[in-house]
Design a protein around this ligand. Sequence first.
Ligand SMILES: [Zn+2]
Length: 252
Amino acid sequence: MRNLVAFFAILLAMPAWPQTKLSPRWEELTAEDFRTAIQQSENTCLLPFGIIEKHGPHLPLGTDLIDVRHVVLSAVQTEFAVVFPEYYFGQIFEARHEPGTVAYSTSLQMQLLQETTDEMARNGCKKVVIVNGHGGNEHLLPYFAQTQLEKRRDYVVYIFPLVDSPPGGPAKKTTNDMHAGETETSKMLIARPDLVHIDRANQESGADLARLKLPDPLYTAIWWYASFPQHYSGDGATGTRELGKYDMDAWT
Ligand SMILES: [Zn+2]
């Protein structure tokens, strides 16, 4: 189940279409229209979860937030659901040495996310789908979902993790492509091409320095910095709109 629309289709047995088209964006609805939107979405709300961190020398700090919101807002054109406003309060301690990174404390991340989903549920969102757009949240979010069993709640949290595109798309030119490289640059060329400074992509190196040698599968947090101290992994100059469209369509 790696397709966002297919996933929503299971949550929404019979989507009901309104007389006049409502905005899916929470913050754009009037209070009265919000009530209608929650009914129309059959109590399903989406929380696109980004981050604010350096993305190589050429992509904006909000890349993950911008991309995940682009995909979610496209998906709800097919299956209506209410989309929570910009949310970027996730795990990003490994980029605190870079300008512009916003890294909240662990306890605040958990408390803010819990109070956010609680408030969504109080407003009628009984199925809360957190759509992740940032690799550094991939441990945080399943843990958050597991903690929902700590006490009885009147809503369910689902996590839609980062997904790989299916095979068959445009051939990729690079193998090291984890952060602000070929794939992410291509996606941003679809979401916000005006924010891509592709001419700057080679001002820094995104090569893997491989400075930490640990036997597989041993994990420690400094692995990322050891490999990519400039918070850049790949070669953004190789990004194309063709690959971006394939990946964004697959994600949607
Ligand atoms: Zn990213």
